[in-house]
Write a protein that binds this ligand. Structure first.
Ligand code: IYR
Length: 223
């Protein structure tokens, strides 16, 4: 075996009752998260976004290469550029590229090609998956399990933003190469999603459809 240094690892002691309580409490909090499509333009402190990205940066990942980059966009000019490019892609999607079946699946969500939230919300976190780079970010070293790693990091980012009282929306225009240009990121990075973050607009709603969550008995089997 190759030499590797270790450091001790332990977690705070906890009784089973507390474990159950804490798991349920986290579940109940996350149950209140819904994708929000109506944002207020109210400012949210940068420190919230910084801490959420630091939380995301602790995600389990391939070989600890941490193959992610978060480009945080708040300038009105860049937000407008992202909105314009995203809406152009979405117009093509909604008016021809998407299959009938796909559009039918989206109907209960009420989405369309208009994406005003990309300009209204105070923060757009553009998440990039680094195909190469390693820990040193040299742009050459092979990375591993990139989509899995960055996907988990996005989950942790969103959970942290939710705990901080922020509404979020994952936006995935397709294709999204334009994000690399607008965010000035290198060729070996692949844009994965935009996490829109801010406060919900007054009178914001979510589709009723979004409340239908599959029960434990459907989403799990115990062997
Ligand atoms: N990217 C499009 C379409 C879209 C697709 C799925 I699957 C969604 O869950 C929601 C939207 C859009 O942003 O409108």
């Amino acid at each position: 075996m190759l030499d590797h240094e270790t450091v001790p690892y332990s977690l705070p002691a906890m009784d089973d009752e507390t474990r159950i309580e804490r798991a349920r409490s986290m579940r109940d909090s996350l149950k209140q998260r819904h994708t929000c499509r109506y944002f207020s333009d109210a400012a949210v402190p940068r420190e919230v976004i910084e801490a959420a990205i630091e939380a995301a940066g602790t995600a389990p990942n391939g070989a600890n290469h941490q193959p992610w980059h978060f480009a945080v966009v708040s300038s009105p000019d860049r937000k407008r550029a992202i909105r314009e490019a995203a809406e152009a892609e979405e117009r093509a999607f909604y008016s021809g590229k998407a299959s009938e079946e796909w559009l039918e699946a989206l109907a209960p969500l009420g989405t369309d090609a208009d994406k005003p939230f990309l300009e209204t919300a105070p923060w757009l976190i553009v998440v990039f998956a680094q195909r190469k780079g390693g820990i040193a970010e040299d742009g050459k070293t092979q990375n591993y399990y990139v989509n899995e790693s960055v996907g988990i990091a996005c989950g942790m980012l969103i959970a942290t933003l939710h705990e901080a009282g922020l509404a979020t929306l994952t936006h995935t225009p397709s294709p999204m190469g334009f994000l690399r240009e607008i965010c000035e990121r290198p060729e070996h990075e692949k844009p994965l999603m935009v996490v829109v973050a801010g406060l919900p607009a007054e009178g914001a709603t979510v589709p009723k459809h979004a409340l239908d969550k599959k029960p434990l008995s459907t989403i799990s089997s115990w062997l």
